[in-house]
Design a protein around this ligand. Structure first.
Ligand SMILES: NC(=O)c1ccc[n+]([C@@H]2O[C@H](COP(=O)([O-])OP(=O)(O)OC[C@H]3O[C@@H](n4cnc5c(N)ncnc54)[C@H](OP(=O)(O)O)[C@@H]3O)[C@@H](O)[C@H]2O)c1
Length: 313
C-alpha cells in the first residue's frame, strides 16, 4: 500500500515517514505542494498516486492562529478541503489529523467521539471546520483527534522545559489545563495501523492518562534527574497567552481501543522520549535532526509563563 504523508517535515509527519519507511510511506512537504493551492495539491496526487493519504500538515501554532485567523482557515479548513477533493478524484482514502482543541473543555470526564465540538480558539474553529469539510467530501475518511504532541524531531514541551531548566532555578507552568501528552512515535504507529486497516470515522488517539502542564513539567524534570529546578504553578490567565484553551480536553480512547490499539501511559512514553533524546545527544551518535522552529509551530510551549521562564522560541 502506498501511503502519502502530507506535512512530512513536521513533528508528527517526520515520525510517520520514519516509521513508515518500509511500509510504503512517502512524504511530502510544503515544497512538494502547498495545501492552500488546489492545483498544486491535485498535481501532488497525480504524481504520487497514493492508496491512502495522511494529512499531518497544519497551521498548528494556537496563538499564531488567533493573530492570523484568515491563515488558519486557509490552511486548516480550505487546505484540508483541497486535499479531500484531490483524494476523492484520485481514489485515495484520507486520514485527517485533528485536535482536542475542537472541544470547549466544559466537561470533566473524557471527551467521547459523540461529544459535539465547540472550539474556543481560532485554531480549534479552523480544525473543526477542516474535519467537517473532509467528512462532507469524503464520508469514508478517518478523523484522528490527538493532543499535546511531543517528540525528538521538533520543538515540543519537554524540550522547552529541559532547555529552560538548564539555565533557570524556577519555571512557571500553567496548572489549570488538563490533557493527555502524546508521543509522536506512538501516534504515528496508531495512524499507520488505521491507514493499513482502512479505518473510517472519528477516532480519539492519545497516550493513556492525563495531567496538567504543571504535572507534566514536574515529571519531565523528575525523570531527567533535575529535581533541583522548582516548578511554580500559575493559572492560564497569568500565562499571558492570546488564545483561550480548554480547561479539560482529555480524549477518551474507547474508539482507539475499538480499532485494536492501546497506547502506553504518557509517563512511559515520556521515558522513551527522554531515552531517545539522550541517545541523540551522545557524542559520536547519529543525531536526530532538529528542524528549526517555524511560524507554524505546534502548541508546544504555551503553558510556560513568558514573564518568569521566558519564551524558548
Ligand atoms: N503539536 C500538537 O501539540 C498537536 C496537538 C493536537 C493536534 N495536532 C495536530 O497534529 C497535526 C500535526 O501537528 P504537528 O505538531 O506535527 O505540526 P507541525 O510540527 O507544525 O508540522 C506541520 C507541518 O505542516 C506543514 N504546513 C504548514 N502549512 C502548510 C501548507 N500550507 N501546505 C503544506 N504544508 C504545510 C509545515 O511545513 P512548513 O514548516 O514548511 O510550514 C509543517 O511541516 C496537525 O494537524 C495538528 O493540528 C498537533
Amino acid at each position: 500500500m502506498k501511503i502519502l504523508v502530507i506535512g512530512a517535515g513536521g513533528l508528527l509527519g517526520s515520525a510517520l515517514v520514519e516509521q513508515g519507511r518500509s511500509r510504503g510511506v512517502i512524504g511530502a512537504t510544503k515544497n512538494d505542494g502547498d495545501i492552500r493551492d488546489a492545483a498544486a495539491v491535485r498535481a501532488l496526487f497525480l504524481r504520487t498516486r497514493p492508496d491512502c493519504t495522511i494529512l499531518a500538515a497544519a497551521y498548528a501554532d494556537v496563538d499564531g492562529c488567533e493573530r492570523q485567523p484568515h491563515l488558519a482557515i486557509e490552511v486548516n479548513f480550505k487546505g484540508a478541503a483541497h486535499v479531500a477533493r484531490a483524494a476523492l478524484e484520485s481514489g485515495s482514502r484520507l486520514l485527517y489529523v485533528s485536535t482536542d482543541y475542537v472541544f470547549d473543555g466544559a466537561k470533566n470526564s473524557p471527551y467521547e467521539i459523540s461529544d459535539p465540538p465547540n472550539p474556543l480558539s481560532a485554531y480549534g474553529r479552523s480544525k473543526a471546520a477542516g474535519e467537517a469539510a473532509v467528512l462532507e467530501i469524503l464520508p469514508q475518511a478517518c478523523i484522528v483527534r490527538t493532543a499535546r504532541l511531543f517528540g525528538t524531531t521538533g520543538h515540543c514541551f519537554p524540550a522547552a522545559i529541559l532547555e529552560l531548566a538548564a539555565t533557570r532555578a524556577e519555571i512557571s507552568v500553567v496548572d489549570d489545563q488538563i490533557g493527555s501528552p502524546t508521543f509522536h512515535c506512538d501516534l504515528a504507529g496508531a495512524l499507520l495501523h488505521c491507514a493499513e486497516t482502512r479505518t473510517a470515522g472519528v477516532i480519539h488517539a492519545t497516550n493513556a492518562g492525563a495531567c496538567s502542564w504543571f504535572d507534566f513539567a514536574k515529571e519531565i524534570l523528575r525523570a531527567s534527574g533535575m529535581n533541583k529546578v522548582s516548578v511554580r504553578a500559575i493559572s492560564s490567565g497569568q500565562s499571558g497567552r492570546l488564545a483561550p484553551r480548554p480547561k479539560y480536553s482529555v480524549l477518551s480512547n474507547t474508539s482507539l481501543r475499538a480499532c485494536g490499539i492501546s497506547l502506553r501511559s504518557w509517563q512511559e512514553a515520556l521515558a522513551a522520549y527522554l531515552e531517545e533524546r539522550q541517545a541523540a545527544q551522545q557524542p559520536g551518535q547519529q543525531h536526530t535532526q532538529q528542524h528549526p522552529q517555524q511560524p507554524g509551530a505546534p502548541d508546544a510551549v504555551h503553558p510556560i509563563a513568558a514573564g518568569t521562564a521566558g519564551r524558548p522560541r
